[in-house]
Design a protein around this ligand. Structure first.
Ligand SMILES: [Zn+2]
Length: 348
């Protein structure tokens, strides 16, 4: 079973979370294996992203999808992990070239310095005209030095966009994807992601349709900037957290790990309700979405594929489910009065 543990440090403005994705993470990999497995560094990156997405989603409790994307100019074009408010997660990647066995972030995604990491909050119940909120950071540090770890990129993002000191330790192998997040508690209101996520479209950085996502105006949101790096309590806890090795994160159970790291601190553990969601794999794809996508491509394009291949087959990149459309389905697709998506899907 995948696990999520939340805790506070008594008397300190610091909170923490530990996630261990096990069965759900293995399902992501096994579904992908049938279509050709990713190289080991890509699998590790996807696992770290899945763990980070679950941590970030549960940190802000956003009602919708938190989408973590890294895109770049190396052999990995794109890697995506999403976490929903019920902690359902999924992940995939688009790889176009050979990924060296020892590749890290720069060799995978940032060969020419064009790599980007985007965090998108896509609300479940959008208001009319509401755009998802998106923040973007490069894959290099303040002195333009390439970052080799996803955790560094996300720490940078949190500091820039949320003005929040954060320490992240992430690791993944083929059995488990895990992460530890330590964060200074945010101020109330609009100075944090949660405040802005709920604030409606006028307060966030809207994504111009079809263009490059806009950078939210970080400058306006600097309520607690003065405190960055100055909380002694946070610095002590963050230092303890950064002594955690990947090997330890992957192999030691949560109880032992938290005790070993923080035995000198007063840890307040949250006891989750019996019905509290636990992280799990689930895909949000469905036939209606594929129908919308095909309609967006246009009749000529889709009928061209049918003429060539006899039918249209769309496989979900996240879960591998295949959606088939034969010539009759395609004909109905572009007949205006239908409101039910035609045809059937098969699980593969
Ligand atoms: Zn799917």
């Amino acid at each position: 079973m995948s696990e999520l543990h939340k805790f506070l440090f008594e008397g300190l403005p610091v909170r923490g979370m530990l996630v261990r994705l096990t069965d759900g993470w293995r399902e992501v990999l096994s579904r992908r294996a049938t279509a050709g497995a990713f190289a080991a560094p890509v699998r590790a990156l996807m696992g770290e992203m899945a763990a980070a997405a679950v941590l970030m989603q549960s940190n802000i409790k956003f009602n919708g999808a938190l989408v973590l994307q890294v895109s770049g100019d190396g052999p990995v074009k794109l890697a995506v992990a999403e976490a929903q408010s019920d902690l359902a997660f999924r992940a995939t990647a688009t790889v176009v070239g050979e990924v060296p066995a020892d590749a890290r972030l720069e060799a995978m995604l940032n060969v020419h310095g064009q790599g980007r990491c985007a965090i998108t909050l896509d609300p479940k119940d959008k208001l009319p005209g509401q755009q998802p909120y998106q923040g973007v950071v490069p894959l290099h540090g303040d002195r333009r030095e390439p970052l080799q770890e996803l955790s560094q990129v996300l720490e940078h993002y949190m500091l820039q966009s949320e003005q929040l000191d954060t320490r992240l330790v992430l690791a993944a192998n083929d059995e488990i994807a895990a992460g530890l997040l330590i964060q200074r508690l945010p101020v109330e209101g609009e100075g944090n992601l949660q405040g802005r996520a709920g604030a409606g479209p006028s307060q966030v950085g809207p994504t111009p349709s079809g263009g490059t996502p806009a950078q939210p105006a970080w400058g306006r949101l600097s309520l607690n900037e003065d405190e960055i790096g100055l909380s002694e309590g946070f610095n002590r806890i963050a230092h303890l957290a950064s002594t955690l090795t990947r090997e330890e994160l992957l192999t030691i159970d949560a109880e032992t790990l938290l005790h070993r790291l923080f035995w000198q601190e007063r840890l307040l553990r949250f006891v989750p309700n019996a019905d509290a969601p636990q992280p799990h794999f689930a895909c949000t794809c469905n036939r209606a979405r594929v129908v919308r996508m095909l309609k967006g491509l246009g009749r000529e394009e889709v009928e061209g594929v049918v003429a060539e291949q006899g039918r249209v087959e769309i496989a979900c990149e996240f879960c591998g489910v295949k959606y088939h459309f034969d010539p009759v389905d395609v004909g109905e697709l572009f007949t205006p009065q239908r409101d039910q998506p035609p045809g059937s899907s098969t699980v593969n």
